[in-house]
Design a protein around this ligand. Structure first.
Ligand code: BES
Ligand code: MN
Ligand code: MN
Length: 457
């Protein structure tokens, strides 16, 4: 299989050029103005899948953005691997902070800079090129492969669930492989065995029917901005624990075994502090940084808007104040229950003088794998061959909403095999993907198929 590595090297320029074409399409799912770009991106991807020799390539319409599917069947008795990924991306904002434009891929220091480079176009395209590497060989593939590539992951995958349910038999599989996560460090190949879930809420407090002069009326009406700040402040206590009643009831504590595994990881707190650019790290009292990021739930304001925010001073009492807020959840928290408790609690905390509007956005269930079984062993072997180093099993604080459903619907293990590096600026300005990881990712995926075939046999 050094052949694959050779093939990747020989085709380096073309593999990059194709990825850059993919990255040039602004398939932003959060912005309805980019609907045509999203469709164009789906069509582009389908053409590439046809070119590498996959069958059954379809751009399937949904009530939202299309799902691209394809497959390659070798034998009914062979195991079937389903590959999932997303071709939609986050908006590029703030655009002024990009060194090179978000949709004009630019190579610097062995990295390609572009929106979606790591999340998730670069990693989706690794799979396409791994299939090309396999299918051009006489030997071909030792397993059946199916692909499901969606265009709505960044908005919570609202139409993928019905799509998967309707196509359950057609997509039936023995394992699901997803490359939409990262590695613990550059030299530390990683399998991600846990993700956090999410509840996203928008809170609006309304006071006076219009903005008011803060001198004429100040002190006679409750200011919704002050009231919102007071309410938000009460959502955490002095230990930075979330005060919503019952919030921690379903939180599974880290096991001793998990604690040991985490402690053996080559984690450098000082590097991490510098990466995030703070003077001092902080969070829930009595927990380590990795425990806080992987095993503990959060409550964070994502956006806060009220009153006058322009230049200089304008004396005004705002008529309303809005906060957008996310809670990251861990096993076994239930998003529906957390949302219900949150809403009840915010209404209870809000002063009588303001009207409260609460709106829920997309959510996700938390997930933890049972990392035993043939697929995890196959992944370890493939990573070790490609990287020359045994992988570590890690968790991640991010969310991929559809993961738990895959496991349930197909009764199949989900393997998160990610190649993003720390600091890759996902969802931020200057997102990048390391081009060496792109090639090692292709090689790993191409090798994985042999190990899955062997292990499943
Ligand atoms: N691929 C990311 C999640 C991720 C990144 C997990 C790195 C682990 C490591 C995914 O595209 C994402 O951004 N998910 C969103 C959730 C979604 C509902 C908007 C998230 O985690 O905020
Ligand atoms: Mn992603
Ligand atoms: Mn994302």
């Amino acid at each position: 299989m050094t052949e694959v590595a050779d093939f990747v090297r020989e085709n380096r320029e073309r593999f990059r050029a194709e990825l850059f074409e993919f990255l040039e399409i602004p398939s932003i799912s959060t912005d309805s103005e980019h609907g045509a770009d999203v469709d164009r991106c789906a069509g582009w991807l389908a053409s590439r899948l046809e070119e590498v020799g996959l069958e059954g390539v379809e751009v399937e319409e949904t009530d939202g953005n299309p799902v691209v599917v394809a497959d390659h069947r070798v034998a009914a008795e062979a195991p079937t691997v389903l590959v999932y990924g997303h071709y939609d991306v986050q908006p590029p904002d703030p655009v002024d902070e990009w060194v090179s434009p978000a949709f004009e891929p630019s190579v610097r220091d062995g990295r390609v800079y572009a929106r979606g480079a790591t999340d998730d176009k670069g990693q989706v395209y690794m799979h396409v090129k791994a299939l090309e590497a396999r299918l051009r060989e006489e030997a071909g593939l030792p397993v059946n492969v199916k692909l499901v590539l969606e265009g709505e992951e960044e908005v919570g995958s609202p139409n993928l669930e019905p799509f998967l349910r309707e196509n359950r038999e057609r997509l039936d599989c023995d394992a699901v492989v997803i490359s939409d996560t990262g590695m613990f460090a550059r030299d530390v190949p990683s399998v991600t065995v846990g993700l956090r879930g999410m509840v996203y809420q928008e809170i609006t407090f309304r006071g006076p029917s219009s903005d008011l002069h803060s001198g004429l009326y100040g002190g006679t009406v409750v200011n919704p901005a002050n009231a919102l700040a007071e309410t938000l402040a009460q959502l955490k206590d002095d230990d930075r624990r979330i005060t919503i009643p019952g919030f921690y009831e379903d939180v599974r504590e880290m096991t001793d075994e998990e604690r040991e595994t985490v402690e053996t990881l080559p984690f450098d707190e000082e590097d991490y502090r510098q990466e995030v650019g703070v003077r001092q790290l902080g969070g829930e009292a009595g927990r380590s940084t990795l425990e806080r990021a992987w095993f503990r739930p959060t409550l964070d304001v994502n956006g806060l808007v009220s009153g006058y925010t322009g230049e200089g001073a304008k004396t005004v009492l705002p008529s309303r104040a809005t906060a957008k807020l996310s809670m990251r959840l861990v096993p076994d928290q239930d998003p529906a229950r957390v949302q219900e408790n949150f809403q009840w609690y915010v209404r209870a905390l809000a002063p009588d003088e303001v009207d409260v509007d609460l709106q829920g956005h997309h959510g996700a269930r938390p997930w933890a794998a049972d990392p035993e079984g043939p697929v995890f062993r196959a992944a370890s072997e493939a990573l070790e061959e490609a990287f020359g180093r045994e992988p570590v099993f890690v968790r991640n604080g991010g969310s991929i909403p559809i993961v738990p459903l895959f496991e349930e619907l197909f009764e199949a293990p989900v393997l998160l095999l990610g190649f993003g590096l720390p600091g890759a600026n996902l969802h931020a300005p200057n997102e990048w993907f390391d081009l060496e990881m792109y090639e090692l990712g292709i090689e790993t995926v191409a090798r994985l198929y042999d190990h899955v075939a062997e292990r499943e046999a």
